[in-house]
Write a protein of this length. Structure first.
Length: 859
RNA sequence: GCCGGAGUGGCGGAACUGGCAGACGCACCAGACUCAAAAUCUGGCGGGGGCAACCUCGUGUGGGUUCGAGUCCCACCUCCGGCACCA
């Protein structure tokens, strides 16, 4: 996943001072004796390998982590949080008989490696390889059940090839609004469209629009990225450049609608909905000196209240409509706006600014001539870059009108009376044929009126913009595009991948073509054709990696049809991946981009589901011990290597899950790690011999008592339910309760201990394997069947019922499960505290909820 | 400003569709073992009152619904996250 840049790219793990010291005897168990052993065992035996040929009759479970950007800082404790959660589920589902796909890889293109290269001259490929090695070592030290044979790297030529292939699919496709889906442009060629017409509708197209150019980064940025980089201290300015765009806006409605079928947190769906930003309204055509000036409004019912119009300062018509006497003023204002940063224009916007152009427009509904202004509170990028201003019922227009003394006309009466600035639904007034109509009807009536006269039409507007897809960087996928005679054309698939040329110097050139402009030999494709020098953004590789895991070495297709159909399609849900876990920082961009690519590929017949990710869970941020965000400057960063060194991988895994609910933000506590470490020691001693080989003396082949079976099966039930519900913290509590209950047993039957070891195994797999082996099993427990909770051990003949008098709890009674109210009351009267409360009083009412509560109301 | 999410012991957190608030862990206190410590084991641990069995208050604040509210409703406060002139 794309990450904010970090300076320094060498692995800087290294345990802190004092972290290796063992004082006194071991706290519990010697994890160092077997964690590496089992990691080697799993690797050697391919325990978690998912073979290409599998039993397709079994259910599948595709559980995916957001793959990391392998930064130079190495793994931080935030990574293992989500990774442990998915690992528990992967191991659990495997034991339940699922075919599990649980892969890992590297999102390895990106600016940090390039910036490091600029500083040190070291090739980004070298730093990337070193960082990947560190990350892989760290993840393997945690004992994750990944199928490492499926490891992928977005920078591998074999991967780049298919990223570029997907780009070509988009380049060769257009969005057919009638079919509401993407289709190949060959359809248009058959219809006799011209080259220019086709270029204008491709899903990947070239645009000359103004973009966000950062001189010190030497690249352009997507709108969505600007703030992030600006916050890092980089400058970003608007500048018109030729750029590649992806037509994500064509999919806006589907990206919105298809959220409904996904099991995502509602808050994330809402973020996406807001980002897509659908508004219903109308376009209205004003006459502006013979031109038709179209504006978008969500309130066509207020058209009678339009007292002026505003164009964005960058609006292309400003030049031509400005009256000679206003030209100097207008030019000065436009220059001032161009110099403003978005921050100045947006955040520090207390005062509305603008100037009159000298032009007037004609309101189509009443023929009134109204002044046309330019003001920077109107954005060029949304709607038509022009608005009709209704100061009576729009807060921003009202502020503007007050600042410049423009007339305010009230055309909507609020439910509680007429009011200036009322923006809700009310009743139309001073609006001719709309008078007396409630807002929703008035909107409809006006829209129809406009449509009937050709003065407007119904319109759905989205905030979502097309995706600026090109970057002026070195360390990214080059575009498989050539330029010839001023036109672009696609390279044939047979020439993929197009790899970046070797460079010595990665510095920004200041040339908007980017660093690849230096590689003149590489650019020269033929005497007449030149390569595109832009590269793709880091999002490209992460847009489809979940597909490549399914069939990572396929050289014929990006993924085989059969494998894709099984791993993405066999759940019968709109989304293919059964569970996707990652941070909220990707709530909008990554997840929206990936959904967009997925839909395009789906439309073009390459995929079997319309959505990539069925269920999404966001893990919460882990804070430092001081409750603040971990950061180098605060010195509160916890290094997972140190924790593994002191307490072992199982303890780290267990602690990360025990801290609290997965989704929640929570602070780290080394004391907490010690706590779970002690628990692992107790589990160890419950089964294994305290020191040395063999089993604890209490372990026996005796038949378990009923009480022991009840204890075991309560744990099975609770742990199973909690894993299914991803409540790992309470699952671990249940395991702790089991150990607390079992420790005093003079005899510990294997028939109880063995299932308990299996319950522990997804959480602390190394310890569990070691105990499993000591219990006499020759094979890994990873394929042992998961224990089943049996109701006969959980059902009880008697139930505990709390007893209240006048709503206050006074005790509890144990009664037969099917006891009636009378029996319960009789039992309750035996409790001294209850009897005292009832003394000398008459029971007015008995509320009896069997198995829960008995409430006696007395007077 | 708008939109989300969350406020429970000293701390992290439990509490199924309203039904014994504080499971589990940390910290702390006491005890056992030890020359002593560490480790381990046992017990205690929301506030106030009582020798005690018990009584009483208590889930951000103020109201409400209910036999009964951490849980539902209304109003507010605080913190966190997102968007930010989107017409």
């Amino acid at each position: 996943m794309p990450r904010r840049p970090k300076t320094g790219t060498t692995a800087g793990s290294g345990a802190g001072p004092g972290h290796h010291r063992w004082t006194g005897t071991m706290a519990g168990y010697d994890f160092s004796a077997f964690e590496a052993k089992w990691q080697a065992y799993w690797a050697e035996h391919g325990t978690f390998r998912t073979p290409a040929e599998i039993d397709r009759s079994r259910p599948k479970f595709y559980v995916l982590d957001m793959f990391p950007y392998p930064s130079g800082a190495g793994l931080h404790v935030g990574h293992p949080e989500g990774y442990t959660a998915t690992d528990i589920l992967a191991r659990y589902k495997k034991m339940r008989g699922f075919n599990v796909l649980h892969p890992m890889g590297w999102d390895a293109f990106g600016l940090p490696a390039e910036q490091y290269a600029i500083k040190t001259g070291q090739h980004p490929r070298a730093t990337t390889e070193a960082n990947v090695a560190t990350f892989r070592r760290q993840l393997q030290a945690l004992g994750f059940a990944y199928d490492w044979d499926r490891e992928i790297n977005t920078t591998d030529p074999g991967y780049v090839r298919w990223t570029q292939w997907i780009f070509l699919q988009l380049y060769h496709a257009w969005f057919d609004p009638e079919a509401n889906r993407a289709r190949p442009v060959s359809v248009l060629e058959e219809r006799g469209w011209t080259r220019d017409q086709i270029d204008a509708v491709r899903l990947a197209y070239v645009s000359e629009a103004p973009v966000n150019w950062s001189p010190d980064l030497g690249t352009v940025l997507a709108n969505e990225e600007v703030e992030e980089w600006r916050a890092k201290g980089h400058t970003v300015e608007r500048r018109p450049l030729r750029q590649w765009m992806l037509r994500i806006t064509a999919f806006a409605q589907r990206l919105l609608d298809d959220l409904d079928g996904l099991d995502w947190p509602e808050s994330i769906k809402l973020l996406q909905k807001n980002w897509i930003g659908r508004s219903e309204g109308a376009e209205v055509v004003f006459d502006l000196g013979g031109r038709e000036l179209t504006v978008f409004t969500t309130r066509p019912d207020t058209l009678f209240g339009a007292t002026y119009m505003v164009l964005a300062p960058e609006h292309p018509w400003v030049e031509e409509i400005t009256a000679p006497e206003q030209r100097a003023t207008v030019d000065a204002y436009r220059r001032a706006c161009a110099a403003k940063t978005d921050l100045e224009r947006g955040d520090l916007n207390k005062e509305k600014t603008g100037v009159f152009t000298g032009a007037t427009a004609v309101n189509p509904v009443n023929g009134e001539a109204i002044p046309v202004w330019i003001a920077d509170y109107v954005m060029m990028g949304y709607g038509t870059g022009a608005i009709m201003a209704v100061p009576g019922h729009d807060t921003r227009d009202l502020e503007f009108a007050r600042t410049f003394g423009l007339p305010v006309r009230l055309v909507v009466r609020a439910p509680d009376g007429e009011s200036e600035g009322f923006t809700g639904d009310g009743t139309s007034v001073n609006s001719g044929f709309l008078d007396g109509q409630p807002t929703p009807q008035a909107k409809e009536a006006m829209t129809q009126w406009l449509e009937a006269r050709g003065k407007g039409r119904r319109k759905v507007q989205f905030k979502l913009r097309d995706w600026l897809f090109s970057r002026q960087r070195y360390w990214g996928e080059p575009f498989p595009i050539l330029w010839e005679d001023g036109r672009h054309r696609a390279l044939p698939e047979s020439e993929l991948p197009v790899l970046p040329p070797d460079l010595e110097d990665f510095r920004p050139t200041g040339d908007p073509r980017g660093p690849l402009a230096r590689a003149e030999d590489w650019i020269r494709y033929s005497d007449t054709a030149r390569r595109e020098t832009n590269t793709m953004p880091q999002w490209a590789g992460s847009c489809w990696y979940y597909l490549r895991y399914i069939d990572p070495r396929n050289e014929e297709r990006l993924v085989s049809k059969e494998a894709e159909a099984y791993w993405m399609g066999a759940s019968g849900t709109p989304g293919g991946v059964d569970l996707y876990v990652g941070g909220t920082e990707h709530a909008v961009l990554h997840l929206l981009y990936a959904r967009f690519w997925h839909k395009a590929l789906y439309d073009l017949g390459h995929l079997s589901t319309p959505e990539p990710f069925q269920r999404l869970v966001n893990q919460g941020l882990i804070l430092g011990e001081d409750g603040r965000k971990m950061s180098k400057s605060l010195g509160n960063v916890i290094n997972p290597d140190d924790v593994i060194h002191r307490y072992g991988a199982d303890a780290l895994r267990l602690y990360e899950m025990f801290m609290g609910p997965l989704e929640q933000v929570k602070p780290w506590s080394m004391r907490g790690v010690e706590g779970v470490y002690r628990f692992l020691g107790r589990f160890w001693r419950l089964v294994g011999h305290d020191e040395g080989e063999g089993l604890a003396a209490e372990v026996s082949d005796a038949a378990p008592t009923d009480e022991q079976m009840r204890t075991l099966h309560a744990a099975i039930r609770k742990v199973t339910d909690d894993i299914e519900g991803m409540r790992f913290n309470t699952a671990i509590s249940a395991l702790m309760e089991f150990v607390n209950a079992a420790t005093p047993w003079p005899s510990r039957p294997r028939a109880v201990l063995e299932p308990a070891v299996l319950l522990l195994s997804p959480f602390a797999p190394h310890l569990a394997e070691e105990l499993w082996e000591r219990l006499g099993h020759g094979e890994s427990l990873a394929t042992a069947p998961w224990p089943e909770a049996e109701d006969r051990w959980l059902a009880s003949d008697t139930v505990e019922v709390a007893v209240q008098v006048n709503g206050k709890t006074r005790g509890a009674v144990s009664v037969p499960k099917d006891a009636d109210a009378a029996a319960a009351v009789a039992a309750a009267r035996e409790i001294p505290a209850v009897a005292r409360q009832l003394e000398g009083k008459a029971i007015r009412k008995e509320i009896y909820v069997p198995g829960r509560i008995l409430n006696l109301i007395v007077k």
